[in-house]
Design a protein around this ligand. Structure first.
Ligand SMILES: *[C@@H]1O[C@H](CO)[C@@H](O)[C@H](O)[C@H]1NC(C)=O
Ligand SMILES: *[C@@H]1O[C@H](CO)[C@@H](O)[C@H](O)[C@H]1NC(C)=O
Ligand SMILES: *[C@@H]1O[C@H](CO)[C@@H](O)[C@H](O)[C@H]1NC(C)=O
Ligand SMILES: *[C@@H]1O[C@H](CO)[C@@H](O)[C@H](O)[C@H]1NC(C)=O
Ligand SMILES: *[C@@H]1O[C@H](CO)[C@@H](O)[C@H](O)[C@H]1NC(C)=O
Ligand SMILES: *[C@@H]1O[C@H](CO)[C@@H](O)[C@H](O)[C@H]1NC(C)=O
Ligand SMILES: *[C@@H]1O[C@H](CO)[C@@H](O)[C@H](O)[C@H]1NC(C)=O
Ligand SMILES: *[C@@H]1O[C@H](CO)[C@@H](O)[C@H](O)[C@H]1NC(C)=O
Ligand SMILES: *[C@@H]1O[C@H](CO)[C@@H](O)[C@H](O)[C@H]1NC(C)=O
Ligand SMILES: *[C@@H]1O[C@H](CO)[C@@H](O)[C@H](O)[C@H]1NC(C)=O
Length: 394
């Protein structure tokens, strides 16, 4: 170690040690001790990066960074990368995190708060994550080179991630995105952005293996939960979507001929309230890969446009010889009301969807002029106990 490096190390260690207290072999760091102001205006980005650095270097069993209550920490787009020393890392957000407005974004970062390569991370608390997204919600996309709408929280390569308790509001785009991670749990969170906040998905999962999302409510302007390519073994339960939100959707997959898959997804005991769609699978014509072993069970629908939807011609993509293969999908115990006539739409590509089960469904239209109906193309499978809508298509 060079002399300079040694001095820097000692300096860092001494900063870390006077900002920490250790109880029962567990160190706790307070963001305010790292120079953060928490006044909602001062840029606290460097303070939180320093605090994360100290947290990450702690070698005890469960080091914790506390973002204290009663303060709002204004943060610019930032990225923090592991690996960290401890197998368990705890970030406890009791106060508020605030993103810059679009006019004040500074640069073209496509992620606001990016955590990378941290295993065993618990990210919880009762705080509010405010994405300040209003400026991004008009349909006018981008200015100059900055054409992509940013994601608020982005967890990449975070195996064992647990997120709970927080309230996420006003995302510029996706509120919470998890990518390339295994054994993930998201529970008891609240996502709240208005219906007109275009492109604001609640939760996106991409290449996530073994995950649970439960006991949460999500209101946003786009998908409630989007299950993207490479995601497997996901359970979603006791989630309420809407009003205004789109559904819990697989996809979209296979854009521009790409090969993608999703399998072993169970969505159970979920409610869709005044949402645009409820349970949905969307793929682009011409894609490759597959969607299989999917269950949507015990779903309550209230005044939704498209309660049950398989769309293999996503964005009106034109039929091609090739498509993402869809098989073994069950829609069961689905009750409630739709606002238009399209209670069930299963629009499969010419290659067909196989082993599709519709069971115990009673979805009626609230509009007497447009009684609920089914619309299907190229669907193979079985139906039992369909009370409403009337009509056959399998
Ligand atoms: C991620 O962390 C692991 C250790 O957990 C390390 O081996 C790897 O190099 C890190 N990857 C990157 C891209 O930093
Ligand atoms: C961001 O914009 C909102 C209204 O659009 C305003 O109330 C707020 O003061 C602005 N915040 C900053 C940090 O510019
Ligand atoms: C979120 O931040 C915006 C500024 O971007 C502010 O106008 C709004 O009041 C904040 N909301 C809450 C609940 O703190
Ligand atoms: C999903 O639920 C099934 C059935 O309860 C369970 O066997 C499986 O372990 C769960 N998956 C995860 C990732 O928790
Ligand atoms: C679904 O709800 C039923 C009845 O409330 C409950 O018994 C069951 O455990 C729930 N299942 C899941 C996966 O949440
Ligand atoms: C679609 O794929 C083709 C061939 O792989 C590629 O040349 C083209 O750039 C892609 N277009 C987009 C929009 O990704
Ligand atoms: C169903 O949706 C309507 C319209 O959004 C709303 O007024 C009503 O309260 C909702 N019903 C329930 C049970 O949530
Ligand atoms: C269909 O999917 C369900 C749910 O994952 C699974 O239990 C079942 O074994 C699958 N059936 C076939 C024939 O693969
Ligand atoms: C749907 O209605 C049937 C019959 O009224 C009932 O047994 C079932 O529990 C309901 N399912 C849901 C998900 O509400
Ligand atoms: C089906 O739903 C309608 C409207 O909610 C309800 O009136 C009817 O009783 C339900 N039928 C059964 C068999 O549950």
């Amino acid at each position: 170690m060079s002399k300079d490096l040694l001095i820097v190390s000692i300096l860092i260690l001494s900063i870390a040690s006077c900002n920490t207290w250790v109880a029962h072999g567990q160190s706790t760091f307070d963001l305010l001790k790292f120079g953060a102001k928490g006044d909602g205006q001062t840029d606290d980005s460097q303070a939180i990066l320093n605090a994360l650095e100290a947290l990450c270097r702690a070698s005890d069993e469960n080091p914790t960074l506390v973002v204290p209550n009663g303060h709002t920490f204004f943060l610019r787009p930032l990225k923090f990368s592991g690996p960290c020393q401890s197998k368990n890392i705890h970030i406890k957000i009791m106060g508020n995190l605030l993103a810059p407005n679009r006019s004040n974004w500074g640069g073209c970062a496509i992620i606001w708060f990016h955590l990378f390569n941290i295993t065993g991370l618990t990210f919880d608390g009762t705080g509010v994550i405010n994405g300040s997204g209003q400026g991004w919600w008009s349909r006018v996309i981008g200015t100059g080179d900055c054409s992509r709408i940013p994601t608020a929280l982005y967890f990449e390569k975070c195996d064992g991630l647990q997120i709970s308790g927080l309230t996420h509001i006003n995302g510029p785009g996706v509120h919470l995105s998890v990518v390339d991670s295994q054994d993930v749990t998201i529970s008891n969170i609240h996502i709240n952005s208005p219906e007109e906040s275009h492109n604001t998905d609640g939760i996106d999962l991409t290449r996530v293996i073994r995950a649970n999302i439960h006991d949460s409510d999500i209101q946003s302007g786009d998908d409630c939960i989007a299950i993207k390519g490479g995601t497997q073994f996901l359970n979603v339960s006791q989630v309420t979507c809407g009003p205004g939100t789109h559904g819990i959707s697989v996809g979209s997959l296979g854009k521009n001929g790409s090969e993608e898959f999703v399998d072993h997804l169970t969505v159970k005991n979920c409610t869709f309230n005044g949402a645009d769609s409820a349970v949905k699978i969307k793929t682009w014509a011409g894609g490759k890969g597959y969607v299989s072993n999917i269950v949507f069970d015990h779903i309550q629908i209230n005044q939704t446009n498209f309660p049950i939807y398989i769309d293999q011609h996503y964005m009106r993509s034109k039929e091609q010889p090739q498509a993402v293969k869809i098989s073994n999908v069950t829609f069961s115990n689905i009750n409630g009301t739709c606002v238009g006539k399209d209670a069930i739409v299963l629009d499969c590509a010419k290659i067909g969807c196989y082993d599709i089960t519709l069971q115990q469904i009673n979805v009626t239209s609230i509009n007497p002029k447009h009684p609920a109906r089914v619309r299907c193309n190229n669907v193979h499978g079985t139906t039992t106990d369909i009370i409403s809508p009337r009509g056959h298509c399998i």
